[in-house]
Design a protein around this ligand. Sequence first.
Ligand code: TYD
Length: 135
Amino acid sequence: MRSQESELINIGELGDERGLLSVIESSKTIPFEINRVFYIYETKTSVRRGFHAHYKTRQALICVSGNCKVYLDNLIRKKDITLDSPTKILLLEPNDWHEMYDFSPDCVLLVLASHLYDSEDYIRDYKLFVEVYGS
Ligand code: TYD
């Protein structure tokens, strides 16, 4: 199976005396068409969530408020990324097993997804993840 790499990009900000503004354009700022948007908020600090990869869905994660950490495992590399700025975008490939944790109380984690919600597109079992994406 293919093994694409996650990527952290910085989209910068447009600012003037009124404040700041950041822009994400579908298939331009991020490399896929946005078909779904959801956001995770008021998460208890002790909570760890996610624990899955996908077959098809690509995602872009942005902490538009507060901060959180994301653990990634694509079977080649494991890493922990801190999302602490509304200009930082973490691009996840389908083969990125991801877990989000250490949510600040004010954290709003915005997720842009390439596909509509489909529970069949989730790989929630780590052993299956290794079977699907292992070499
Ligand atoms: P879940 O996938 O468990 O969140 P996480 O992976 O972060 O632990 O999602 C929680 C619930 O919300 C679950 O019942 C599925 C539902 N859900 C949707 O209906 N649509 C969506 O786009 C998402 C992300 C979740």
